[in-house]
Design a protein around this ligand. Structure first.
Ligand SMILES: Nc1ncnc2c1ncn2[C@@H]1O[C@H](COP(=O)(O)OP(=O)(O)O)[C@@H](O)[C@H]1O
Ligand SMILES: [Mg+2]
Length: 236
């Protein structure tokens, strides 16, 4: 069994506005393979900054970030890693309005999967799994919020990532669609073994995660694991 963390932050700091805003204050964190983790905390406490640093969209200053045991540095190394191994889901979907549902998903695979045939096969598979089979040719603005978020999840999964990061994925959705999205994210972790990190304001969503991290003022103030992971074959 691989016991090294999938992602690790060591003493990460980040300030804005020439040091006047401390977004992240000496955060160290390890997240293992196959964990389902929630991150909660008041608005402005640094949750999105933490996610951005975890996936290299922001650089810690100072601090170190590791992925699968390797320290990742520099824009191109991060861009390659993100494209191949990290999927993103955002509150406001970030779909491209001029592309169809199928094209939005396929776009994420252009640099990773060479043939159009292989890409289209994967798109079809994802549309089926996410219950979007009838929506392939439609455009994002023709869909409900819940459907748009399912397209975003399909896009996040397109390259079979090891890590899916979701920043308030249900923040723009009604409660029924929110529940569907959380079921989907939980399913990814339980069935596919994908590591899922969800930033959320919703205590019900946090309660469904095995590990719950709470932040305040740029720091982690609690980190609770309720259901320890028991990989197959491990003795309880
Ligand atoms: N690009 C930026 N420029 C200036 N300030 C920023 C920037 N990004 C985040 N901040 C500030 O850093 C703090 C943490 O922000 P953020 O990580 O977005 O918090 P959260 O996601 O928990 O709401 C906030 O005070 C926010 O205003
Ligand atoms: Mg945020």
């Amino acid at each position: 069994m691989d016991t090294s963390p999938l992602t690790e932050l060591r003493h990460c700091h980040r300030t804005y506005d020439r040091g006047r805003i401390v977004a992240l204050n000496d955060v160290s964190l390890k997240i293992g393979h196959g964990e389902l983790v929630s991150i909660t905390g008041p608005s402005g406490c640094g949750k999105s900054t933490l996610l951005d640093i975890m996936c290299g969209l922001e650089e810690p200053k100072p601090g170190e970030v590791f992925f699968d045991g390797h320290r990742i540095q520099g824009r191109s190394a991060w861009a390659r890693l993100r494209a191949a191994r990290i999927g993103f889901v955002f509150q406001t979907f970030h779909l491209i309005p001029s592309l169809s549902v199928a094209e939005n998903i396929e776009l994420a695979m252009l640099t990773q999967t060479r043939t159009q045939r292989a890409r289209r096969a994967r798109v079809a598979e994802l549309l089926e799994v996410l219950g979007l089979g009838l929506r392939a040719a439609q455009f994002p603005l023709e869909l409900s919020g819940g459907e748009r978020q399912r397209v975003a999840i399909a896009r996040a999964l397109a390259n079979r990532p090891g890590l899916v990061i979701a920043d308030e994925p249900t923040g723009s959705l009604d409660s029924k669609s929110s529940a569907q999205i959380v079921d989907l994210l939980e399913g990814l972790q339980r069935q596919e073994g994908i590591t899922v990190v969800i930033v959320t304001h919703d205590p019900n969503i946090a309660a469904r995660c095995d590990r719950r991290i709470n932040m305040c003022d740029g720091q982690i103030v609690s980190d609770l694991t309720t259901a320890p992971l028991r990989p197959e074959g491990a003795t309880p």
